[in-house]
Every structure is written in C-alpha cells, then in structure tokens.
Design a protein. Structure first.
Length: 358
C-alpha cells in the first residue's frame, strides 16, 4: 500500500520572509476577490460605486445599492466563511487520521450532514426551502445547522470506531465512502416518500450555492462557523504533536482523547453548518491544506492552520466568481468549479506517493 501519511512537521523554525510574503499575497488576493465578487455578476457595478456603498453612501443607481447590500455582500461573506470552514475541517481531519486524502466528503461526513438536512427538509418541511419562503426566524434556521452537524458527527463517530478496528488507511477511506453511499441511500428513500414541494426545496439546496444565504440566515451560520474556527485556531500545538503519532503526543503531555473530541466537534460543526446553508461543496477540504503546505514549505500548524483558512476563503470566492460567469445569466454548478481545482491536487497527492496502492 502507498505511503499516504502526511509530511511531518519540520520543527519550530519559522521562515518569516517566506511566511510574510505568502500572507501578504493571500490577504491582498482575498481583498481583491471580495471586491470582485461585489462588482461582477449579471449586472456589472463600477468599483467606485461599490466603495461608495460600502462606506455608507449611495450608488449612481438605487438598484445597485440594493444588489450590493441585499445579495452580493451576504454571498461574499458566506463564501469566505464556507471556504474557511471546509478547508479547516479538511486540515483537522487529515491530521487526526494522518491521511492526506481525509476530508468531510471522502470520509462521508458531508453525506451525514446532507442526511441531517434531508431529515429536516424532507421529513418535517421546515428546511431551507420553507425557511426562504416562510421565514421561520433565527431558531428555525439554526435547526438546519444543528441537524447537519449531528449528521456529520454521527458519521465521523462511526469512522473513528472503525479506525480502532483497522489501521489500514485505504480500508478506512473505503469504509468512509461506503458510509457516504449508505447515507445517500437513506436520503433517496426520504426523497421517494416526500411531497413534491419539499423535494424541490431539497434539490435546490443540494445543487450547492453561496448565493442563497440571506442576512438573517447569516445570523445563524456565522456564529457557528466562527466558534468552530476558533477551536481550530486553538489547536496548532496539539495538531503538531499528533503528526508524529498518538504515542508521541501523549509523551508530550497532550490529552489525545480530549484533542480528538475537539477535532471531531470542530470538523463536524464546520462541515455540518456549511453543508446546511450552502449545500454539499466538494474538494475544498481535501485540496486546500495540501496547497497551503506546499506554498508555505512547512507542516507546522501554527502557520498552516490560519493560512489554510484564508486560502480556503480565497478559493471559495474565486470558485463562486467563475460559477456566476460574470456578465451572463448562466450559473455553473459550484461543485463543477471546485472539482476543476480539487481533482488535479488529489491526483498529485496520489502520484507523488512512493509506492503503488495495493
């Protein structure tokens, strides 16, 4: 079997010139992509008008002000939060399982989140479609995040139990895929027995999009993601220890059980909340951590964790810009765009392995 373990940390040495250069590029690119997301779309708005609106003024046309505040700003904020959430969840899972192919999708975590959302939308009718049309308020919208996170945590918990039975990472990934297929089958059963309007709401959600999240929904989505991201930002030292194995981590005084629980909760909330409000968005979680490590030239989580979050936010904004096809009415599926970036990265990870998979 291939050596698919993650690269080990190169110690506490920080390459400040390189790190500062990377951070400068990431922050400027993120700001530029955010502004472009406010300017471009089916209606192009000049940068001067965007700046004027953001500073509290009015655009040349009143409709432009409404487009920016009611649609494009919430969409851009959602993309930033969702990209950071998926990338952060992927990084934590890759470190926890010490496997570079681990991410919310491959391990079935996102499928579990989809099952939780399907139960809410298809089983009770109180899902995203109903929320958009009837406005059930903050706690109604929060139920989507809770259901998705519970579904994600359930699948991830099963994967961890299976991990105690087998140390074969390839087998574990296959089992994760099987869990994903199982939850997808349960979703299909719910679809088959649901009412047409609920099926339509679920279909719109499953297409994946950052543009369907309103300001009121951001009030439920943003706090969940921010809290989970703060947990991820508090774990760099323990994640560094886990890179060298649980035995080493224990010898360094790390509470492995508590760390595993924190990672599970954080990754489940990040994947679950993002899936609940944005639909199943793939490849960001598995690809971004690898690109971040390659760019920084280190596996030190003190650098990799925050850079991964920013890189994930940047990629999500770029993917949304491409999906919107600025200047046209066509909208590409978001997963199609993220796959164009993610598939080559996954192929690169597999091809650089020293031995063939057996």
């Amino acid at each position: 079997m291939a050596d698919l373990t993650l690269p080990r940390s190169r110690g506490a040495t920080v390459r400040w010139p390189r790190a500062l250069g990377v951070w400068g590029f990431l922050l400027m690119a993120l700001a530029g992509a955010f502004l472009l997301s406010l300017m471009l779309g089916s209606v192009r708005i000049p940068l001067s008008d965007v700046a004027r609106v953001l500073m509290g003024g009015e655009a040349q046309r009143a409709s432009w002000t409404d487009i920016i505040w009611l649609f494009r700003v919430p969409k851009a904020i959602t993309a930033v939060l969702a990209g950071a959430a998926l990338a952060g969840a992927g990084l934590q899972l890759q470190t926890l399982f010490r496997n570079p192919l681990a991410d919310p999708y491959i391990l079935g975590v996102s499928s579990g989140a989809s099952l939780g959302v399907a139960v809410v939308i298809l089983g009770t009718g109180a899902g995203s479609g109903a929320l958009l049309s009837q406005g059930l308020g903050f706690f109604g919208e929060l139920s989507l995040a809770v259901a998705a996170s519970l579904g994600a945590a359930l699948v991830l918990g099963v994967v961890l139990v299976l991990m105690r039975w087998t140390h074969n990472m390839l087998a574990l990934l296959i089992l994760g895929l099987m869990l994903g297929y199982l939850t997808s089958a349960l979703v299909s059963l719910l679809v088959y027995t649901s009412q047409p309007e609920r099926i339509q709401a679920f279909s719109l959600w499953s297409a994946g999009s950052f543009s369907g999240v309103t300001w009121s929904q951001l009030g439920a989505f943003a706090p969940v993601v921010i809290v989970a991201l703060l947990v991820a930002l508090a774990l760099p030292k323990t994640l560094n220890a886990l890179l060298l194995g649980e035995a080493y981590a224990r010898s360094m005084g790390v509470n492995v059980r508590l760390t595993r629980l924190a990672v599970i909760l954080s990754a489940s909330l990040l994947a679950g909340a993002t899936t609940a409000f944005c639909g199943p968005v793939g490849f960001i979680g598995v690809a971004v951590p690898h690109v971040t490590r390659a760019v920084l030239g280190t596996s030190d989580h003190r650098q990799v964790v925050p850079a991964t979050l920013v890189f994930g936010a940047l990629l999500a904004l770029i993917a949304d810009l491409i999906a919107q096809l600025p200047g046209s009415q066509a909208i590409l599926p978001l997963n199609t765009v993220t796959a164009l970036f993610g598939v080559p990265v996954v192929a690169w990870v597999l091809l650089r392995s020293r031995s063939p998979i057996a």
